[in-house]
Design a protein around this ligand. Structure first.
Ligand SMILES: Nc1ncnc2c1ncn2[C@@H]1O[C@H](COP(=O)(O)OP(=O)(O)OP(=O)(O)O)[C@@H](O)[C@H]1O
Length: 241
């Protein structure tokens, strides 16, 4: 299987001069197509910073970062925005447009892709909303949906265009146990069907088992997963260290 992401000696710092603070140190990482990877670790360890780099939301500063075969070090804004067409994003706050229905929210994301211009976007949006179990709610506005349902719309929106990579930052943080579980299982199922890679940042130990691999971060570095930490256990033999 081919790698969709290859990071080599990736470092990252915020600020300049004396105020500069390095937050990522020598990250080496390879992620295969179709892999579901969870990034976990203490608050402030650099998970979101790494996720935004791996998703082309931030320019790489040093080392090497190849996403979908493209080098991100020194990439232009145009190259970054082209890359983002192949990536779906799901965040803790679902970021749906409140004045658009579920179907219109999904449709809008498809309108950004030239490949879909000639297609029946309403039908594609309705189909993917059915796949996340919302076939009876496609005309509802976000305010009329529960937190879990809104997050399912966000998943439908992210996956509708069949991106190669999905980035999810704390997608279950605002949800109760059952809704959180449902949401990640739907994400897992759709991604498997599409062969899509998922990178998911979470503090939620209840969902670690959906991952093919867990990557643990501490103080800006990849580190072995602490087995003693309450609730954390390794669901698969491959842990990045
Ligand atoms: N835009 C920024 N400017 C300056 N420092 C930042 C910025 N974003 C993050 N940081 C710092 O970088 C470090 C890593 O932050 P990051 O958000 O990546 O950690 P995290 O592991 O995702 O934390 P959490 O689990 O709390 O979300 C922290 O010390 C944070 O204060």
């Amino acid at each position: 299987m081919s790698n969709v992401i290859i990071a080599h000696q990736l470092n990252h710092a915020f600020g300049e001069g004396q105020l500069q603070k390095q937050v990522l140190f020598d990250i080496n990482l390879e992620i295969e197509a179709g892999e579901i990877v969870i990034l976990t670790g203490p608050s402030g360890s650099g998970k979101t910073t790494l996720l935004t780099l791996l998703g082309g939301l931030r320019a790489a500063q040093s080392g090497s970062l190849k996403i979908l075969d493209q080098e991100m070090l020194g990439a232009s804004k145009q190259q970054l925005s082209q890359l983002r067409c192949h990536i779906g994003y799901i965040f803790q706050a679902h970021n749906l447009m409140s004045f658009l229905t579920a179907q219109q929210n999904v449709r809008m994301s498809l309108e950004l892709h030239d490949a879909f211009l000639e297609q029946d976007l309403d039908a594609i949006a309705a189909n993917i909303l059915s796949a996340v179990g919302l076939e009876e709610r496609i005309h509802y506005y976000p305010d009329e949906l529960s937190g879990g349902q809104r997050q399912r719309v966000a998943i439908a929106r992210a996956l509708a265009s069949h991106p190669k990579i999905i980035l999810a930052d704390e997608p279950t943080a605002a949800l109760d146990k059952k809704s959180g579980r449902d949401v990640v299982e739907i994400m897992q199922k759709l991604a498997r069907e599409q062969g899509c890679t998922i990178l998911l940042v979470t503090h939620d130990n209840r969902i670690l088992d959906i991952a093919d691999r867990i990557i643990y971060m501490e103080d800006g570095r990849l580190a072995p997963l602490p087995q003693t930490e309450e609730g954390i256990s390794n669901p698969s033999p491959s842990i990045a260290a």
